[in-house]
Each structure stands twice: as structure tokens, then as C-alpha cells.
Design a protein around this ligand. Structure first.
Ligand code: HEM
Length: 431
């Protein structure tokens, strides 16, 4: 196992540099792919790990959990997206503040172990027969770049725990939004865990053992298994969502934009504990895959405002060309439809507001009609959840994409900064 390598700010790692080279190679190769073509002119199958810059995945890599400087964020936000994610929310079954404190402290100690590729305790009981502290299924696996991100929902600040005066003003339940189709049992939660790793079993093991630690203090509310990261970190190639389009092309990547739009700088009265943290908005978005698949590609492109294979804006250029939302075609209509997803979501159309999208694809197998049940586990980070609300109010009302998707789950959480060694997540709250 290698040493932890990835301080949030000193992000250019051996892996990152390696990945950048491969990503560039992959992008070049991808350009030569024809519709339906499985290989490129160079003979590289575009669907292999190599073409996606994934050869750089080293399952022995680990991310440090503890902060070494002030205002250092938790992992799993700016961290280059790993390939798999397990997301779980919990309801607190206790109303005793010290029990919440103990849970956050035990979770923090366990996450530090897990991210280092260790167990959360012995797999075998110390004496005689008994239940092991760790369930053991990740024993022979590496850390796989695991990060576990812990979130605190609005319920932590209700009358139960005496923390109301420390509630950040920005942490309010997401209001009902246009086109919402939220399902009972797929929304809210007092606590969230987002475990991301390059090995699905490592992510699953982390959540499973952390849920065991929570027994007696919190019960599981809803959970989503995510795969195929649908966003790209600074040195990663752009992956595809289950609609077959590149997702993550225009996203926050620079430190400057993270400082401006993601990290909390002024958390407001009573909420100093959130300085350097962020807010997590999670939506479970089901895709009407059968309907989407029956749509012609030209219409699919009109929905997003981008080409399917290259991911280029319909105004022209290549994937990373800035869209020209005013460019008109010969028919006098804008080349990028005004109700396309990108025309409505772009920061140019939203007073410059950006959010950090870090979604994953998910599937729940088949639905009750025997159709594919799948979609996007949309997770986004921002220094004010109102930025999401503003965007989704608009998208939910007019986005061409609405015909093919349904927002069925929703939650918001405060993500405190990472703790220093000897402390735990949210410790400042209880001082
Ligand atoms: C299933 C649901 C969704 C799918 C399949 C989807 C897919 C995409 C795709 C393919 C792009 C273009 C590539 C890119 O720049 O990343 C994109 C862009 C974007 N999406 Fe979504 N998206 C979904 C939901 C949302 C939601 C709920 C929001 C926010 C409320 C959102 C915000 C954005 C933003 C801000 C951009 C960048 C626009 C730009 O600057 O050009 N998306 N999305």
C-alpha cells in the first residue's frame, strides 16, 4: 500500500499527471470514432479503460482523512471522482446530543481507518466466539482511493439536540420545485454518508460498517448505489451518463472557482463551525430510458444542446469550445435551443452562478413493468443550496430534458470541514 498522497490543495499527484497524459491520448483517439464504431483509427476500443484515462487507477492509492491545515475540506468533494459511489442517509433515533457526538466521533475514527485501507476493528473477536467489529469483505482489497463524506441534515438542528442556535441560515430543506415527483422514503435524512472508491466492494464495505456503528443511534433512511462517475476531475476525461452523453464537460475544476462557489467563507451567525465546509444537494433522478432510447439522436442532441459523440456545443467547435448561445442557423433560430438543458443551466444564464456537480449513474434493476429502472444520482456541492434551488426551479419548469427524467429523491446536508487528528467531524458544534 502506498502512503496517503492526495492533500485537497496539493492535488497534482503521480496518478493525476499520468491520467492527464492518457486522457489526452484518449481524447485524440475518441475523435476518430464513427457512429457505431467500436474501435478508432488507432485501433483503440474507445470503451476500454485506456481510452477513458482509467489505466491510471491504482487500487493501492489512499486519501488522508484528517486535516493538516485550517479550513481543509472533507474528501469526496474536490477529490477527482472515483468510479463507484454508495450514498446512504440516516434518521437519528436518539434525542441525546452526546450520543450524536459519540456517533460522529466513532464514524470519524472508522473513516480514517477505512480510507487508509484498514479494517474498523478486528474481523475476529478478541476472545472466543462473537461478532467481529469489521465485516471483513474488504480485507484483501486496497484503499481504492476511498473517501467517505459525512453530512449533517437540517434535523440535527431541531429542538432535540439543543443545536438550533448553530444552524447555518443556508441549511433549509429544499422547497418543492417544478416537475418534482418525490417519493416517500427517498428524501431527507438527518445524516448522510457518501462513500466513493475505485472498487465497488470497498465503497460498500465502508457504508456497511459505518451503518453498523450507527445502530442504536440512527436508522437507515434511503440509499443509492452509483457507478460510472458522471463528472470529471481536473485531470480526468469526461465520462458518459446513461443517456449516452458526456457529462461534466463544463463543471467547476479550478481552485479559484471552488473558493468562489463551493467552500463556505461566511457561514453566518452561530455557524462558524461551517467555515471551509460546503453544502451537498442530492437528487435521485430517474430516467425514462425506454422513451429516451426511442428518440432520434438529432432530437436527443437538441435536448442537451450538445452533440452525442463529441459532446461539442451545437453552436460548433469541439467538446471544450465555449457554447455560443446567441449563434443562429440559416433558419434564424438559435443553434442551441433556448430550452435545451445547457442553455438553461449555464452560468451565463444564471447571474454567473456555478455549482460543482459530482453525480453517478445508478440502476435499481427493473421496475414493476419490467423496464430498466435507472438514472442519475445527482450530487452537487455549493456554498449556498439556494444556488441549486434557483437552477432547478428554472430547469424543472422548462428544460427539454424533463420529458425523459423524473426527480424522485431529494436531500440537503451541511458538510463540515475535515477534522484535525484527535478531533472528529462537527466537533466544534458541541463546544
Ligand atoms: C438526469 C438528470 C441530468 C442529466 C442527464 C444531465 C446531463 C447533463 C449534460 C449531458 C450536460 C452537458 C455536459 C456538461 O457540461 O457537463 C449537463 C450540463 C449541466 N447540467 Fe445537467 N444533467 C442533469 C440534471 C441536472 C440538474 C438537476 C442540474 C442543476 C439543477 C444540472 C445542472 C447542469 C449544469 C449547471 C450544466 C452545465 C451547463 C453549462 O455551463 O454549459 N443538471 N448536464
Amino acid at each position: 500500500m502506498t502512503e496517503p498522497h492526495d492533500e485537497p490543495r496539493a492535488h497534482v499527484s503521480r496518478r493525476g499527471l499520468f491520467g492527464a497524459g492518457l486522457a489526452a491520448a484518449g481524447a485524440g483517439a475518441g475523435a476518430a470514432v464513427g457512429i457505431g464504431g467500436a474501435t478508432t483509427a488507432t485501433g483503440v476500443n474507445p470503451f476500454t479503460a485506456a481510452a477513458n484515462g482509467d489505466e491510471s487507477i491504482d487500487l493501492s492509492q489512499s486519501h488522508p482523512f484528517y486535516a493538516t491545515a485550517a479550513r481543509q475540506p472533507q474528501g469526496g468533494v474536490q477529490t477527482a471522482p472515483q468510479r463507484y459511489c454508495v450514498f446512504m442517509t440516516f434518521d437519528l433515533s436518539t434525542s441525546v446530543a452526546t450520543e450524536l457526538q459519540v456517533l460522529l466521533a466513532r464514524w470519524s475514527a472508522a473513516i480514517a481507518q477505512l480510507q487508509a485501507g484498514k479494517t474498523v476493528g478486528s474481523v475476529e473477536p478478541a476472545h472466543g466466539d462473537g461478532v467481529g467489529a469489521d465485516t471483513g469483505e474488504a480485507l484483501d482489497l486496497g484503499p481504492a482511493s476511498l473517501t467517505v463524506t459525512v453530512g449533517l441534515g437540517p434535523g440535527v438542528f431541531d429542538e432535540r439536540f439543543g443545536l438550533a442556535s448553530k444552524k447555518p441560515a443556508a441549511l433549509a430543506d429544499i422547497p418543492r420545485l417544478p416537475s418534482d415527483n418525490l417519493q416517500e422514503g427517498l428524501s431527507g435524512g438527518d445524516l448522510s454518508l457518501q462513500a466513493c472508491a475505485d472498487d465497488p466492494q470497498v465503497a460498500y464495505h465502508a457504508i456497511r460498517d459505518l451503518a453498523r456503528i450507527a445502530r442504536g443511534t440512527a436508522t437507515v433512511r434511503w440509499t443509492v448505489l452509483g457507478f460510472g462517475r458522471a463528472s470529471a476531475g481536473a485531470n480526468q476525461s469526461t465520462p458518459r451518463n446513461l443517456m449516452g452523453f458526456k457529462d461534466g464537460t463544463r463543471n467547476i475544476t479550478t481552485d479559484e472557482d471552488h473558493d468562489r462557489f463551493v467552500w463556505v467563507d461566511e457561514p453566518g451567525a452561530g455557524a462558524a463551525w461551517m467555515t471551509g465546509g460546503t453544502y451537498q444537494v442530492v437528487r435521485k433522478i430517474r430516467m425514462n430510458i425506454e422513451i429516451w432510447d426511442a428518440d432520434v439522436v438529432s432530437d436527443q442532441q437538441r435536448v442537451f444542446g450538445r452533440t452525442k459523440i463529441e459532446g461539442a456545443p451545437l453552436s460548433g467547435g469541439t467538446e471544450h469550445t465555449t457554447p455560443d448561445f446567441a449563434a443562429e442557423g440559416e433558419d434564424g433560430a438559435t443553434k442551441i435551443d433556448a430550452t435545451s438543458h445547457i442553455a438553461l443551466a449555464a452560468h451565463e444564464a444564471n447571474d454567473g452562478v456555478k455549482i460543482l456537480r459530482r453525480p453517478y449513474n445508478y440502476t435499481d434493476g427493473l421496475n414493476e413493468y419490467g423496464q430498466l429502472d435507472a438514472g442519475l444520482l445527482f450530487a452537487a456541492y455549493m456554498n449556498d443550496p439556494e444556488h441549486f434551488t434557483r437552477l432547478q426551479r428554472k430547469l424543472g419548469a422548462s428544460d427539454r430534458l424533463n420529458e425523459y427524467i423524473s426527480h424522485i429523491g431529494s436531500a440537503v446536508f451541511a458538510i463540515p470541514p475535515a477534522p484535525r487528528k484527535g478531533s472528529y467531524i462537527g466537533e466544534q458544534l458541541f463546544r
